[in-house]
Ligand binder design. Sequence first.
Ligand SMILES: Cc1ncc(COP(=O)(O)O)c(C=O)c1O
Length: 381
Amino acid sequence: MKLREIDAYARLPLPIAAAKGNELVLEDGRRVLDLYGGHCVNTLGAGDPGLGRVIAEQWQRLSFATNLLDHAPRKAFLEAFEPTLPPCDDGWSVFVTNSGAEANENALKLALAFTKRHKVVFFKGAFHGRTAAAAAVSDTKLAAFPTTPFDAVKLPWNDIELASKALDSSVGAVILEPYQSLAGVTEPSAEFLATLRRLCDRTGALLIFDEVQTGNGRLGTPWASQHLGVVPDAFTTAKGAAGGLPIGLTVARTKMAAAVPGKLFGSTFGGGPLVLAAAAEVARRIASPGFLENVRATSAALRQAASRGPIERVRGAGLLLGLVVKPELKASVVRDQLLEQGVLVGTSDDPQVLRLSPALTLVPADAARLASALEALEVRA
Ligand SMILES: Cc1ncc(COP(=O)(O)O)c(C=O)c1O
């Protein structure tokens, strides 16, 4: 066959045949504990029966409809999603697309249209996606496009002094991941976030949180803003919001969203009935009794399990954790060794940091498998 895929991914030697809950089933029948969770996508684990039923029933009833028509899953989604949102005097507005990059493009579009400015501040280590505007505010090694669609200013993470100097009334938006996942789950200081909020209030720039990874219950609260105590003007999410179907959500304060022409936004697939039925089910499950408590308890158990063997310290929150390996080790080597022990974890752009982003249905008892795998590595070292 002459057709080949563009070489975007270095694939792991993991011939996957199936997945159930938090386990990958390999072609030879071996089972691997999945602490990567499809990169924050499998909010409810693989093959969740409840979500499967919702998707199957919706497909039978109304599989797709143009955005010119209204349908029950849209109302169901708005009803299920609203109670999860942080406080906002005039309420929130949402626009549905298909991916995190699109969600961020729309948030930036909204911010620049609302402020009528053309400068966006982003941070070293940031990753917001691969489309033009999202790439312009991402700190990636390869230049994605020859020019940026607006003035993009990169600032150091957690540097209050430089942020205070750079943030003036020419800035239309400040975009950040509350925890920078790809950079190695780097944490924001409380003072940094509070300063950004204050500076945005003073200059009129919109504060945008990219919650593509931190959202949908991952930090043990529905959104990072509730965990960190700073509410942005707009936030985005994707990945886990529909538990495995492609989705992007741009959420903005209504007073801002309503001030820009709605016709700036559009999407063929975004907001279709199938994905909204799934997203409504995910939002309901995140709000269901005990769900977020389990995220917090499992986070504590994983932190404890991870604090051994090659791991020097653990950072992050909820079920988005960065495991910093000892200075003489490389995270990618530890990842490969853990895989041999039947545990899948992720790496990051920091060669010293592994990432855990399992399904939110992982339970504290599952952490024991990570502990024994790490101990087995220690024995070999
Ligand atoms: C924080 C963050 N923002 C945006 C994106 C882009 O999302 P997508 O790949 O769905 O476009 C990603 C993807 O990894 C991400 O981690």
